[in-house]
Design a binder for this molecule. Structure first.
Ligand SMILES: [Zn+2]
Length: 136
């Protein structure tokens, strides 16, 4: 991604805060596995995974997928252009929780068609690290 300090983070494009990538998901992506740079909340992990989809960070997506549901490999659809993320609701998943649920909607376009994927995702935290488990 060019000019990442100025550009709003992919996960914030529909968000009033418009935080830059450098102030938002970049540390999670760059600091994989380092306890200092792990997301504190299930929502932060959800955002960082959405941004990883946008940026094509396959490794990060697999690493933050819980081992019980992680696919062997992941193919990202290069036709798909992600347009923005809306967080609709969160349950638990705070900085001291070990489970969390995030309901979100990810907007995309494929060619001329626009659509969105709405999902209620569950997350679990183990040894300080949040993982995506599955869709409820
Ligand atoms: Zn972000």
């Amino acid at each position: 991604m060019q000019n990442s300090k100025e550009t709003s983070c992919p996960c914030r494009e529909l968000d009033a805060t418009q935080r830059s990538y450098a102030q938002c998901c970049q540390a999670f992506h760059d600091g994989r596995g380092n306890l200092m740079t792990l997301p504190d909340t299930a929502e932060e992990l959800m955002r960082s995974r959405y941004s990883a989809f946008v940026l094509g960070l396959r490794r990060y997506l697999l690493d933050t997928w819980h081992e019980t549901s992680r696919p062997n490999d992941l193919e990202l659809d290069s036709q798909m252009r992600w347009l923005g993320l809306e967080i609709h609701a969160t349950r638990a998943g705070g900085a001291t929780a070990t489970r969390g649920v995030v309901e979100f909607e990810a907007h995309y376009s494929i060619g001329q068609n626009r659509g969105s994927q709405r999902e209620v995702s569950s997350f679990v935290r183990e040894n300080g690290a949040w993982f995506y488990v599955d869709a409820l």
